[in-house]
Design a protein around this ligand. Structure first.
Ligand code: FMN
Length: 535
């Protein structure tokens, strides 16, 4: 995604482009500067754009400009400030239009002409009718650019100082609209999940992977096996092998840089149990809201709102987990609390050795019993998942809308049954004093981690520590009151194969979503880079 700032000479492209870039913490490329360095590369001496145009003529200048635009367009997540004259050429417009927000700055010609008396009249505009020529050029430029501009903004004496603030607001609005693709997630690494609980298949398409990453179906399968149903007596008895097939984006064991599509076919759907409740809104489920939003719903197993949708998330997350592992980042989630049983110790090596994925060996059995007890009562229990990201460097995440904690919260809150998330001291911070909550620093390190590893939306380099609240499974055999699609009251008892507690199976899903956010933030940071060139 690029922000193109264009407009006639003297309108303030450079200054405004620079301010936007600084506020958004992204680089600015000025095509005039690229033209000058291209000239120096080919001619061995330094000249300003003005001198180049004057000495070599307009057509020579425009050719250099085309090359400069081609080079600028290769960059992503940046501001490109380019002269209005460039927009008169369709090939330049095509280059700049790709994945970009085009901002056209306009102004009264008298205002621009006045300014040019100070900055200098372009060498193409000479003679007695220079002003008329200029007016025509400006008109032509507006004609060529207006129809392809996302934002048209008129600069005047009154607003020129604050124009960048207005523009950033408009850019943010357009970005948020573009992002409206509710089944797709991620900025650089875009993950789209597809499929329904009882449909033919589920899976994910991962776009934006670098080419040449060694990857196999086994890498994905390992994580899917951790999410798979029927793993223990405390999970649903639906019998799905959840075998993944990679159908594109992989060649000779390596990613090709094209969309990687992973499919898991549903083998054991058994939709019979849903026939009798197809017109009934199950309490605690998305039946009521899907019906009101779409007027149609796949009632079999909740369709798209089913926990089975997370197959695609875990498959995509497996790639992110693998990439992060190579960078020394590990993500561990575990059952911190189930029912009213609270874990105290965190023994990471114990997590995969017990059916509830508790990290406290002394509490795992009690947690398992709490689930069985609820099940025996035709009921269910919820719990809290703890999640720690280890080895994350300082500097990942962005200020304002793309805060790392905001993105992580969105990622985990988008998982079915998640009802809350906190970082570090979280809700307890509301009852603390600043002196107790601040993480003081000494001898090059933080003395505590109440911030949960994130300050101002950017990682501190400490562990990212999260806690995620998971509600009790909504499908319970206990009789509950509800209504059908006609509004008639009815009693319902949900039969079928359900997780009596979602916590043990949600753990690999939480890890996958956290990994996708952290890896995406990493890729974004690689594109932005630091001033010293490091990530
Ligand atoms: C991994 C996973 C497994 C789930 N298993 C079940 C289940 O067996 N039965 C059930 O009623 N809900 C289950 N859910 C939860 C529902 O999908 C979810 O609560 C429901 O769609 C309503 O959405 P909401 O809780 O996000 O509002 C599961 C969720 C996840 C993430």
């Amino acid at each position: 995604m690029k922000i193109i700032v264009t407009g006639p000479k003297g309108v303030g492209k450079s200054t405004i482009g620079k301010r936007i870039a600084e506020t958004l913490h992204i680089p600015l490329f000025e095509t005039d500067e690229i033209i000058e360095s291209l000239f120096e590369e080919t001619h061995g001496n330094k000249k300003s754009c003005r001198q180049i145009a004057k000495e070599f003529g307009e057509s020579f200048f425009r050719e250099l400009e085309k090359e400069a635009i081609k080079q600028a367009a290769l960059h992503d997540w940046c501001v490109i400030a380019t002269g209005g004259g460039a927009m008169l050429f369709s090939e330049n417009r095509i280059q700049l239009r790709k994945e970009s927000i085009v901002t056209l700055l306009k102004a009264e010609v008298d205002f621009l002409w006045q300014r040019m008396q100070i900055t200098g009249i372009p060498p193409f505009l000479q003679g007695a009718d220079a002003f008329d020529q200029y007016c025509q050029r400006v008109e032509k430029l507006y004609e060529a650019t207006e129809h392809m501009s996302d934002i048209i903004y008129t600069i005047s004496k009154e607003n020129e100082e604050s124009a960048h603030e207005d523009l950033i607001q408009q850019i943010s609005f357009i970005l948020s609209q573009w992002m409206y693709a509710p089944n797709t997630f991620g900025q650089v690494l875009k993950v789209t999940t597809f499929g329904e609980s009882h449909g033919k298949a589920l899976g994910a398409v991962v776009d934006g992977l670098k080419p040449g990453i060694p990857l196999s179906a086994e890498d994905i399968q390992k994580q899917l096996d951790r999410r798979r149903p029927g793993q223990s007596t405390v999970s649903t008895q639906r019998k799905e092998a959840d075998s993944v097939e990679i159908v594109s984006g992989l060649f000779e064991g390596k990613t090709t840089g094209t969309p990687l599509c992973m499919i898991v076919y549903n083998k054991d759907p058994d939709s019979k149990a849903y026939e009798s409740i197809k017109d009934i809104f199950r309490p605690g489920h998305a039946d009521f809201t899907f019906w009101h939003k779409y007027g149609i719903r796949d009632y079999r197993g909740g369709g798209r709102s089913s926990g089975r949708e997370t197959v695609g998330r875990v498959a995509a997350g497996a790639i992110a987990l693998k990439m992060l592992k190579e960078k020394g980042v590990a993500i561990v989630a575990y059952a911190e609390e189930i029912g009213d049983i609270k874990g105290e110790r965190v023994d990471i090596n114990f997590i995969e050795k017990n059916p509830v994925r508790a990290a406290d060996p002394d509490k795992a059995h009690a947690m398992e019993e709490a689930i069985k007890k609820a099940q025996a009562d035709h009921d269910s229990v919820g719990g809290i998942v703890g999640c720690i990201v280890k080895g994350i460097p300082a500097g990942l995440g962005d200020p304002v809308f793309y805060k790392l904690d905001a993105r992580l919260a969105m990622a985990v809150m988008s998982i079915g049954a998640v009802k809350g998330v906190e970082f570090g001291s979280g809700f307890a911070a509301a009852r603390m004093r600043g002196s107790g909550n601040n993480d003081q620093m000494s001898n090059g390190k933080f003395l505590t981690n109440n911030a949960g590893g994130i300050l101002g939306g950017i990682s501190t380099g400490q562990d990212v520590v999260m806690r995620i609240a998971v509600k009790p499974t909504p499908s319970i055999a206990k009789i509950q009151k509800t209504m059908d699609i006609h509004g008639d009251s009815i009693d319902v008892s949900i039969k079928g194969r359900h997780d009596p507690c979602i916590v043990p199976r949600i753990i690999p899903v939480v890890e996958a979503m956290v990994a996708l956010v952290v890896y995406d933030a990493w890729l974004l940071q690689e594109r932005i880079g630091r001033y010293d060139g490091t990530v």
